[in-house]
Design a protein around this ligand. Sequence first.
Ligand code: SAM
Length: 277
Amino acid sequence: MAIEKSEDPDAFRDFEHAGWSNSIAGYNDSLGAVTRRTVDVLLDAAHVEAGVRLLDVCTGPGMLAAGASARGADVVGLDFSEQVIAVARANAPALTFECGDAQALPFDDDSFDAVVCGYGVMHVPEPDAALREMRRVVRPGGRVAISVWDSSTPDNGFGLIYAAIGACGRVDVPLPHGPDFFQFGSEAKMRAALNETGFSEVDAKLFALTWHVASADGILDDIRRGAVRARALLEAQEADALRKICAHLDASIAGMANDAGGFDVPLPAIIGSGVKA
Ligand SMILES: C[S@@+](CC[C@H](N)C(=O)[O-])C[C@H]1O[C@@H](n2cnc3c(N)ncnc32)[C@H](O)[C@@H]1O
């Protein structure tokens, strides 16, 4: 199946750029606290070890770049927002971060031993172009590894949020058209996308993750602070609908209570990797 693209790429890119420039500090300590727990599995999938020259595409707060550097890799982090780069530099002042677009990487062919991209490909207007760019800049025999959220289901965090909005609010909110957020969100879909963009030795696996939240309000707060499309959807809801959405979520997570007085909401990831032949 062909990888879906935005029908309005410039508007979608501007929307994502403004969203991330504005929310990256909030992402750093909300959903970023969850994605940090996939740093090691993603670096392992890309075979990152001491001496490897690594590119971290869509670096965000720079957690993958920092993790790779701790392994002794020589890493460059790239993001398209200067505000994001400023947060990455504050988190990891000794590392190199550059501003650039995932769809037109400012590097020569074959210039890295490995490339990683954590939770980034669903935010670019043409994800196939981004995957092909990662393949172009890695050397023959080098690995590319990417992570995405698993598709929404009735039992996981994104599924619970969309079900609550669907039941109590409106989903027909006018936003710039973006590619399906979950188009890589299963092992089979991830494998198909990596095969389609020319990788060999393709692998994909589900990685269990839990979103620790204090309440349903905490879920909505994390989305408001650290997401772009889902935040825009929430911001478009009427106040009364928002109260109902929160109550709906409260009921959905009741069975997920943990011993600390909060809730453990499943938020699995898909980790994919491939080799440039
Ligand atoms: C969800 S954050 C991921 C951050 C981090 N990699 C992680 O694993 O948590 C997505 C990042 O992708 C960046 N991004 C989105 N579209 C991009 C593009 N076209 N080119 C480069 N970076 C982009 C955003 O600025 C944001 O920092």
